[in-house]
Design a protein around this ligand. Structure first.
Ligand code: BV8
Length: 266
């Protein structure tokens, strides 16, 4: 990834430097350089024969709770060694350089929070939280795995009701996103001056509509992705490259611009 990006990175940093509200909308791609396969990659090897839209559904879980449980245990184990990468840290750094930054993530890995971002909307929940499939004590009925004696192969029963299975507190296909999260996400998208869209194929709704909402609200959209995709047509600036390399360069350019503006007027 060379100097050809220099100019668009400078342009992007200039746009971001004037943002009163910057919204960062991220997908699985920002965690790829932390060693976490993107959602569709997550099905390589052992899982290749399954379709994510089957495993990550209530029906899939009801049909084979142990299979879906094992899939999440495998993904959670991958997280044990995963650390935020320079892309996550660059997003956290933006918060320290700008008046207001909110992160809307489709990721369930918690790495934005670990990197220090303080205002993160987890649109699709978190693999670090678990709950009763039947929400026996209200929605959600949290279950603390540490209090359970469970295996990676067998979906445990809820310790409160004893009948419902324990499931990850993530949003499955066909499930509504957490009400507050969707509302807040779309309000912020409509209000922001700049939306930075990082590492998403833009295939899953309603998250994929956030950049459209931002555009309609008059925002400028910057996309960071090694490949053009469904979002790119909405992007004012497309920074083609891995976010772990591109985002730190955007932050460096932003620092130079802000640093310059903080110098006393000549
Ligand atoms: C909903 C949590 C209302 C679980 C996820 C029929 C019936 C029911 C629903 C639907 C239907 N048809 C359509 C829908 C809506 C459905 C949907 O959008 N389906 C798609 C497949 C068409 N959406 C839903 O069901 C949502 N709920 O609509 O409720 C409703 C209710 C009932 C009935 C109708 C409507 C719920 C969606 C949430 C699903 N849960 N995750 C889990 O993770 O196990 S989705 C999951 O997949 C992720 O969270 C993420 O959202 C998505 C994957 O997308 P990406 O993050 O973009 O990742 P992807 O792998 O696709 O792309 C990676 C990108 O990174 C690529 O662009 C690549 O180029 C880039 N990249 C690679 N390397 C790098 C990089 N970028 C930067 N740097 C790098 N180094």
């Amino acid at each position: 990834m060379g100097t050809s990006l220099e100019q668009p990175i400078e342009q992007a940093a200039r746009l971001i430097s004037q943002a009163k509200l910057l919204v960062v909308s991220s997908g699985a791609g920002i965690s790829k350089e932390s060693g976490i396969p993107t959602f569709r990659d997550a099905l390589t090897g052992l899982w290749a024969k399954y379709n994510p839209e089957e495993l990550a559904t209530r029906r899939g879980f009801r049909r084979n709770p142990d299979l879906v449980w094992s899939w999440y245990m495998m993904r959670r184990d991958m997280l044990a060694e995963a650390r935020p990468n320079p892309g996550h840290y660059a997003v956290a750094e933006l918060e320290r350089l700008l008046p207001r930054v909110v992160v809307l993530t489709q990721n369930i890995d918690g790495l934005h929070i670990q990197a220090g971002s303080s205002d993160v909307v987890e649109l699709h929940g978190s693999i670090r939280r678990f709950k009763c499939f039947d929400n026996c004590r209200g929605d959600p009925t949290p279950v603390d795995l540490e209090t359970l004696d469970y295996s990676r192969e067998t979906a445990p029963r809820c310790p409160h009701c004893g009948t419902g299975y324990v499931r990850p507190d993530v949003v499955w296909f066909g499930e509504m996103l957490p009400a507050g999260a969707v509302e807040r996400a779309f309000n912020l998208a409509a209000l922001c001056d700049v939306m930075l869209v990082v590492g998403t194929s833009g295939t899953v709704q309603p998250a994929a509509s956030l950049p459209v909402e931002a555009k309609q609200g008059g925002a400028r959209v910057i996309e960071v992705n090694p490949e053009p995709g469904m979002i790119t047509p909405y992007a004012d600036i497309f920074l083609q490259g891995p976010s772990g390399e591109v985002l730190p360069r955007v932050v460096a350019a932003l620092r130079a611009i802000l640093g310059g503006s903080m110098l006393p007027d000549p």
